[in-house]
Design a protein around this ligand. Structure first.
Ligand code: FES
Length: 157
């Protein structure tokens, strides 16, 4: 169930637009910022605040890669798998992440600290390969830089 604080924040987002549904992504993000992901019950509540059906809002959530519809780890690593990053070392970075974290793409570490997911172009192609952790962008990745970033987020490997 949405908390009063969540409802208030969503109402504020809705107030910024002429049409309620235009606040869909912001409303879902405001829930996700607190809970880590958006479950069905919550999505249904947000949908009624936006005057949308469950399926309509679920469609938005599915289309927008940064909304998670199933549980994720504390830190979500989104590794760009589009062309510039592919050419500039995606495979090396992916193999490094998988080895260091002991998981494959799409999985979460046993301690719940990291989830590793693919994402299309993050718009920083000139500095590829690129990943995001949470809402922060990390360009120009090397295996050494990946280790630093993991450590900054609690990895103790
Ligand atoms: S292709 Fe990776 S950031 Fe654009």
């Amino acid at each position: 169930m949405l908390s009063d604080e969540e409802r208030l924040e969503i109402e504020e987002e809705i107030g910024r637009y002429a049409q309620e549904r235009a606040a869909s992504v912001e409303a879902l993000m405001s829930v996700q910022r607190r809970r880590g992901w958006v479950d069905d019950e919550t999505l249904g509540e947000v949908a009624s605040m936006l005057g949308m059906s469950f399926d309509e809002l679920d469609g938005v959530a599915t289309f927008y890669n940064l909304i998670f519809r199933s549980p994720v780890g504390k830190n979500v690593i989104l590794l760009c798998d589009t062309i510039s990053c592919m050419v500039m070392g995606y495979e090396t970075i992916l193999a490094h992440l998988e080895e260091k974290l002991g998981i494959r793409l799409g999985q979460t570490t046993a301690d719940g600290l990291f989830t590793l997911l693919p994402v299309p172009c993050l718009g920083a192609c000139e500095r590829s390969p690129v990943m995001m952790v949470g809402e922060k962008l990390f360009p120009g990745l090397t295996p050494e830089r990946v280790d630093e970033i993991l450590r900054e987020h609690g990895w103790r490997g």
